[in-house]
Design a protein. Structure first.
Length: 392
């Protein structure tokens, strides 16, 4: 077991109608003038944005609106938000939406609280010393950004997608009403379930020391998401399934499922970042498309973990060699992806990448991770290229 720090300061308010508590929560954490940051038209069409603004009006809380957050949130909108916050004297950000709005809000918060170019943090040139406080009304179970320290932003110039993590950006509160996710398209729901599981699997496939209790939590979370993802394919309005997935999304990325290990592998995420940056694909779908090829490339170097995953998560029969069991576990996971209509390669994702583009993505990925990265297996640029080629 490795030493670890577990820090989860976010106040969670979970259940039906909890969005009605937004004004009192903003006041609890000192907000007086709020930037409401959201994405496209869904929060408008559903009436959620109007509900929120009515509540803030009744509570006498001033606010400014900034929409436009998109999947793979853009640096340009972050700059716009920073300028708006400084001009209007904003002291609190409320993100209404999924991971894109939340990640964008975190980046805006960094930009307001720190001098210089906010991209410096995502480009690993310096560390943030603060972040404007923010809260969340979650409408998509996926990224876990509502309780995590992480934020991922895409820079339009060069199509570079990078993540930055700091405890300063952990939301003060997260309002989580599973009913707010019921209008999502089936594809987005499945992408979200895939992302939730991947956050746990990134922490699961590691070398050396692990904790039995952490493994049990991780394995239980994975089984729970799989079971409820299958329910939601057939019954998208199932509240209990929505609730299980929503809470799993937070637990998967608030560091609980990584306590005591070496910090996780994270190479599937890094590979997908380049895929998302260049082709603007949905993050969860991109993860599903690269995972099988990554797993087959590294499993021999992390065989005990892949065998344990096959037996405890995928319910593979315990017969044959360790290698055979591990491969059956990988195949079973890909079968699950297909069952919830997720891709298992670039072709199924709808990406027809040239070899030149694969080389470009591998190079950007290597630069982004500082040359080499990975716990299950340390991967360099040539390894990354081999995985990209294998998942075509």
């Amino acid at each position: 077991m490795h030493n670890f720090k577990y820090y989860t300061p976010t106040k969670v308010v979970f259940g039906k109608g909890t969005e009605k508590q937004v004004a009192e929560l903003i006041k609890e954490f000192g907000g007086k003038k709020v930037l409401i940051h959201y994405g496209g038209g869904s929060v408008i069409r559903s009436g959620l944005l109007q509900t929120v603004t009515d509540i803030l009006d009744d509570a006498g809380i001033s606010y400014i609106l900034l929409g436009g957050a998109v999947p793979n949130p853009r640096l340009g909108l972050v700059y716009e938000g920073i300028d708006l916050c400084k001009k209007e004297g904003i002291d609190f950000i409320l993100a209404v939406g999924g991971g894109s709005a939340i990640d964008s809000a975190k980046a805006i918060g960094y930009g307001v609280a720190n001098e210089g170019d906010v991209w410096d943090f995502y480009d690993y040139k310096r560390e943030a010393t603060g972040c404007l406080p923010l809260g969340v009304i979650l409408t998509l179970s996926a990224t876990g950004s509502e309780m995590s320290d992480s934020s991922v932003i895409t820079k339009e110039e060069g199509l570079v997608k990078r993540g930055y993590s700091s405890d300063f950006s952990r939301p003060k509160f997260a309002i989580m009403n599973p009913e707010l996710t019921m209008t999502l398209p089936d594809y987005q729901t499945a992408c979200g379930c895939t992302d939730i599981m991947m956050h746990t699997m990134e922490r699961y496939f590691t070398q050396g020391a692990n904790m039995e209790i952490t493994d049990a939590i991780a394995e239980g979370l994975l089984r729970t998401v799989m079971n409820n993802a299958k329910i939601l394919v057939k019954d998208p309005k199932n509240y209990e399934a929505r609730a299980e997935v929503m809470w799993a999304g937070s637990l998967a990325h608030n560091d609980l499922t990584g306590c005591g290990n070496d910090g996780g592998d994270w190479m599937a995420h890094k590979l997908e970042h380049e895929l998302g940056g260049l082709f603007d694909v949905a993050h969860g779908a991109g993860l599903a498309a690269v995972w099988g090829s990554w797993a087959r490339y590294v499993y021999l170097n992390c065989l005990p973990r892949f065998k344990k995953f096959a037996l405890n998560v995928m319910n593979v029969e315990n017969s044959g060699s360790d290698e055979e069991i591990a491969l059956k576990g990988i195949e079973a996971m890909e079968d699950f992806y297909r069952e919830i209509h997720m891709p298992t390669n670039l072709r199924e994702l709808g990406v027809d990448a040239t070899d030149e583009q694969l080389v470009e993505m591998a190079h950007k990925c290597a630069v982004g991770v500082g040359g080499a990265m990975g716990s299950a297996k340390l991967l360099d640029e040539q390894d990354m290229l081999a995985i990209f080629r294998a998942c075509r």
